[in-house]
Ligand binder design. Structure first.
Ligand code: G3P
Ligand code: CA
Length: 400
């Protein structure tokens, strides 16, 4: 068996020249097990591989992607979450795109409204209906902030009560509304429910000067400020759906695209495993799932590459995933060292989701990833040496 170490010891050109399929054959399943948890950088080259790759693409190196905004500190996908992320200096505001019954594009993660709005009180007979069954005017009646105060009392603020669900236009207003100009990292969420949403998005971005070669502003950003919105990587599209990736290639060919990776149903084939134990947490169950084979992983890398993606967004395991917050975002490890090597060899950037703790930033950075989706952009900015303020103080200053 050829180990990762011997494969990468030849370095840049020679390593790239070796075919990815040869890697697949060489690693074998035994190699997968042997490489799990290893440090790709020390096993492979002296340089994090992504640090040179990202300079060739219109995406910031060490990208800080604020997942649903700064959603550890404020209710996800609401104004304070996105304003805080902007003020902190995140490179991107992440949002999940859905479409209302009357055709408005909005930022909302879940397929239904029950987890983080008061839909059960306002529309009791439609509490379980999908977001797409509501008009924008109806959605604007909902309180998208109080759930946060109830779930996370230690981070609650009175000003979060009654926060609105936001439209895409309102998120763009926030991105354009400060000294920092973050880009948008937009996921087409449950795209099968929204035929044509990719072309709707194109029209919406064009209307705001966020598509194509135009710049979003005529004034240069202040020195030291984030200016992602003024460059060709101002929008990145992301999707778990192969079909949506292909649609995006047609509708938004000039916008960088990232294929999100998931293990199991609807995603990469998983190896057989024991069912979840009675006392086993979902996060622990996810953490012990592995890909069925290197070929199964390679197939998704091939699809991403063949549809013009600039990168992949793999799931990760958070080392300490037993807290009420961290356990929600800990899945299976699809950013193992050999996986990162495979994606980088194809010229794909790697933005893992959703990573919040320094111990995990360090573990995955050592493997060579190119940035992170994070609910805690303040912590990631600090980790990257770009710390720009205390979230609570900024929220106070913003009037929250
Ligand atoms: O978009 C990256 C990450 O957000 C994917 O997971 O479910 O949080 O949208 P989810
Ligand atoms: Ca998302």
């Amino acid at each position: 068996m050829v180990s990762n170490r011997s494969r990468y010891a030849v370095g840049g050109t020679a390593a790239k020249a070796s075919s990815r399929l040869a890697l697949v054959a060489a690693i074998g399943l035994g190699g997968l097990v042997a490489s799990a948890g290893a440090n790709a950088q020390s096993e492979t080259t002296d340089q994090p591989r992504g640090s040179t790759l990202c300079t060739k693409l219109p995406v910031p190196c060490d990208a800080v992607i604020a997942h649903r905004g700064a959603s550890f500190q404020a209710p996800e996908s609401t104004t304070p979450a996105y304003r805080l992320a902007r003020e902190l200096g995140a490179d991107y505001l992440e949002l999940d795109l859905q479409r209302t019954k009357d055709g408005e594009l909005i930022a909302f993660h879940d397929n239904a409204l029950g987890r983080n709005t008061d839909v059960a009180k306002v529309f009791p007979d439609r509490a379980d209906a999908p977001v797409s069954a509501f008009t924008l005017a109806e959605l604007k009646q909902l309180d998208a902030g109080s759930w946060f105060n109830e779930t996370y009392p230690e981070r609650a603020r009175d000003s979060y009560v009654g926060l609105d669900i936001l439209t895409l236009d309102e998120v763009i207003d926030i991105a354009e509304g400060g000294d920092n100009r973050p880009g948008l990292y937009i996921e087409t969420k449950v795209p099968e429910q929204f035929p044509g949403i990719e072309s709707d998005l194109r029209a919406a971005l064009e209307a705001r000067g966020w598509a194509g070669d135009s710049t979003t502003t005529s004034e240069p950003a202040a020195e030291g400020a984030v200016d992602v919105a003024d460059g060709p990587g101002r929008v990145i599209m992301q999707t778990f759906s192969r079909q949506s990736l292909a649609e995006l290639e047609t509708s938004l060919p000039d916008v960088p695209r990232v294929l999100l990776l998931w293990l199991g149903e609807g995603g990469i084939d998983a190896a057989p495993s024991d069912p979840q134990g009675d006392t086993e947490s979902v996060a622990d169950y996810y953490a012990r799932q592995t890909v069925a084979s290197p070929e199964a992983y390679a197939e998704w890398i091939d699809f991403a590459k063949s549809h013009g993606a600039v990168g992949i967004g793999p799931s990760t395991v958070q080392q300490d995933h037993d807290g009420t917050f961290s356990s929600q975002f800990s899945y299976s490890d699809l950013a193992e060292p050999w996986m990162i090597g495979m994606a980088h060899d194809e010229g794909l950037l790697i933005h893992p989701y959703t990573v919040d703790e320094p111990v995990d930033f360090e573990r995955y950075r050592e493997r060579g990833v190119d940035g992170f989706f994070t609910n805690r952009p303040a912590a990631l900015l600090e980790f990257y040496g770009r710390g720009a303020g205390d979230p609570s103080t900024i929220l106070n200053d913003l009037g929250y």
